[in-house]
Design a protein around this ligand. Structure first.
Ligand SMILES: [Zn+2]
Length: 303
């Protein structure tokens, strides 16, 4: 008999490397549609394969467009599709105090500054970036007699790069492609970019899995993470579902709500969209069975 060599004991991984905390963060401005189901499913399967937690957060920071009814409908739909989330659902609309505290720390460090420019003054900028005019930095060095309307964050003249788990290496030069961006709007609401960064950090999110429509926001979020002193999670941006007109499915493009009675069929279609091939008849099984099959077969191919 040969002696079996014991493998050298490995240093235990730090807790942070063993823990996976993911999330699904819909905006409750309408019912769950197929595009949001794909994001829910992708984030859920990725978390469960890693034996991680999967949190649900309502991104209702843009309150006028959001409603409690829509949030309740989304949660009901998620349950009907067999999803089970960990912990309490977090609502951004309840967290203004946390966002304000982080804004104040950014002001104290000189990263955030007040902007007194009107929409028209900004639209007159000759620089055009990925989302329209690039803010020309008019108020960077003071309001010069204007009164504060919004709060912006100073960006740096360098590229921010990260390795997306599906889309590969991404780089964005914030100064020329976005400019100093708004973190608190003229109407007093906190901007999505700030809220999502604070929430991801405070909820301990280690892995963000979401639609590629948010790929262009990621550099701004990493910029904020670095300036607040938060860790940067791993990112995976899923392909976005588009309609026959080439538009992203959303309330604005009149995406039909999911029929909860067809949960297993919907899930199988979402698995198919993500490149998996559900076995024949799975769409007649229970939603839980479909999700379990998804966990057992989850993989992603770079597209
Ligand atoms: Zn300004």
């Amino acid at each position: 008999m040969e002696a079996v060599t014991e493998p050298a004991p490995q240093n235990p991984k730090p807790l942070s490397a063993q823990t996976y905390i993911g999330r699904f963060a819909p905006s409750p401005s309408g019912p769950l549609h197929f595009g949001s189901l794909v994001a829910a499913l992708g984030s859920y399967l990725d978390a469960r394969v890693a034996r991680g937690q999967w949190l649900v957060r309502m991104e209702d920071v843009d309150e006028p467009r959001c409603s409690q009814q829509a949030a309740d409908d989304i949660l009901f739909s998620l349950e009907a599709h067999g999803f089970d989330w960990d912990g309490e659902v977090v609502y951004q609309s309840h967290r203004n105090g946390q966002y304000q505290a982080v804004l104040e720390s950014l002001i104290a460090s000189g990263t955030a500054y007040p902007c007194g420019c009107t929409r028209k003054e900004i639209a007159d900028s000759s620089l055009v970036g990925i989302e329209g005019p690039v803010y020309p930095g008019t108020c960077r060095d003071g309001l010069k007699g204007k009164s504060a309307r919004a709060w912006r964050v100073r960006v740096d003249d360098e590229a921010i790069c990260f390795d997306d788990r599906l889309q590969g290496r991404q780089c964005q030069h914030l100064a020329s492609e976005v400019g100093d961006f708004v973190v608190k709007r003229a109407d007093g609401l906190f901007a999505y970019q700030l809220a999502v960064v604070v929430d991801d950090a405070e909820q301990g999110i280690t892995h963000v899995v979401r639609g590629a429509d948010l790929l262009a926001s990621t550099a701004r979020q990493i910029h904020l993470q670095r300036h607040v002193g938060y860790p940067t999670p791993a990112y995976l941006h899923l392909p976005v579902v588009i309609n026959d007109m080439g538009q992203k499915l959303s309330k604005q493009t009149l995406a039909p709500p999911l029929e909860n009675a067809k949960a297993s069929e919907n899930l199988c279609a979402a698995l198919g969209f993500l490149g998996l091939k559900p076995e024949v008849g799975l769409d007649r099984a229970s939603p839980r069975t479909v999700l379990d099959w998804g966990v057992a077969n989850w993989h992603l191919r770079a597209s």
